[in-house]
Design a protein. Structure first.
Length: 372
């Protein structure tokens, strides 16, 4: 049973630009140009804002002026984020210098007075790093993607999506233990996204820790009871472990959510079969065959089911079940003519029915297949 495809968003929508900062007369030109850019989306206003703020920082006293440097950070980080194609022809180290400037300001004891501005600048820088990370992922350079995602995390520590990006990149590199750690960290803070539970569970399954994968799915279903993919994943684990008692309670909801899903119908039928619930198993095997008549397993299993019933019943009923077993096993043989197991069971069915011609026919087939 296939789960959803996990897709990482390539557009970062978390950080909305705002220029509703306080200002002095000296900084009016800077702030006005930022506002004009917000209204008209013309890069010349960012260029004008940079020229204005640069003109205000000439002397040592200017360099020590926190407010002027805060606005330099706002302008520089805005350009780094918005002008991704560098149409303003900034030097190659412009983004690096913007980061260095913001880092120095962040360490200033008076920066708390300008928290909105510095937070905005950090969000812009984080966005640049995230954009770089996605660029690296597009060319499958996951090592560098992880590096810049961690840089982004420094500026946006509360943006938990970054853990998902790092986990995804680690997963693609085969660093499953690291990927599992990051997914687990996400789930400690975000219990609203089913794809995180699914990705974390799949990672632990790949490591071989099925128990941990199951706990994650159970936690996910507790927080997101209507998530059909988490339900399917949990059912798959029980089915693969052949824990049919644990699987059984999930089946009604699983079947309701997947009425035309062949895999679900077959897994449910197989579960009820192992729990000796003949009627439910029969009905669901028939549904599976109806959904896909070319698949061998449900056809063969129906033959086995009817043969078991022929052994349990007596008299005329036993004969009817044996005849149905023969019909379905013959259909299974048509799908897979060289399956020795099916032919051997047909041999038993015809022996029970006393059909010597069919016994001889099956014997000849078996001899050809086993070179006896």
């Amino acid at each position: 049973m296939a789960g959803r495809k996990v897709i990482l968003p390539l557009l970062i929508l978390l950080f909305a630009a705002t220029y509703a900062f306080g200002q002095t007369e000296e900084l009016k030109s800077v702030v006005n140009n930022l506002a004009f850019y917000k209204q008209k989306k013309d890069l010349k206003y960012l260029s004008n804002a940079k020229k204005s703020v640069d003109s205000l920082i000439k002397t040592h006293a200017d360099s020590a002026d926190v407010q002027k440097n805060v606005y330099k950070a706002v302008v520089y980080s805005s350009i780094a984020y918005i002008d991704s194609l560098n149409r303003l022809k900034q030097p190659a180290n412009f983004f690096e210098e913007a980061c260095k400037h913001v880092d120095q300001l962040s360490a200033n004891k008076k920066i708390y007075k300008y928290q909105a501005e510095i937070d905005y600048s950090k969000r812009c820088l984080a966005n640049v790093y995230l954009r770089q990370g996605f660029d690296y992922m597009r060319i499958s350079d996951y090592n560098n993607a992880i590096r810049v995602f961690k840089d982004a995390q420094k500026y946006a520590p509360n943006f938990k999506e970054i853990n998902a990006y790092i986990a995804y990149a680690n997963n693609r590199m085969g660093n499953l233990t690291d990927a599992a750690k990051y997914y687990t960290d996400i789930l400690k803070t975000d219990s609203t996204k089913g794809e995180y539970y699914e990705a974390a569970s799949n990672t632990y399954k790949a490591i071989g820790d099925t128990s941990k994968a199951l706990k994650i799915l159970q936690k996910g279903r507790k927080h997101l009871p209507g998530d059909k993919y988490l339900l399917i994943d949990e059912a798959n684990i029980y089915n693969n472990k052949r824990d049919y008692k644990a699987l059984e309670p999930l089946l009604p909801e699983l079947l309701d959510e997947n009425t035309i899903n062949f895999d679900v119908a077959f897994i449910a039928a197989n579960c009820y079969d192992h729990l000796n619930q003949f009627d439910k198993a029969e009905s669901l095997y028939l549904r599976a065959v109806e959904l896909n008549s070319s698949v061998y397993d449900p056809v063969y299993n129906l033959g086995v089911l009817y043969f078991k019933e022929s052994i349990l019943k007596h008299g005329e009923d036993s004969g009817k079940e044996a005849a149905k077993a023969g019909q379905w096993l013959e259909k299974a043989n048509e799908i897979s003519p060289n399956d020795v197991k099916c032919l051997q069971l047909l041999q038993l069915v015809y022996t029970k029915m006393g059909d010597k011609d069919q016994i001889e026919r099956i014997d000849n087939k078996l001899k050809l297949l086993t070179n006896q």
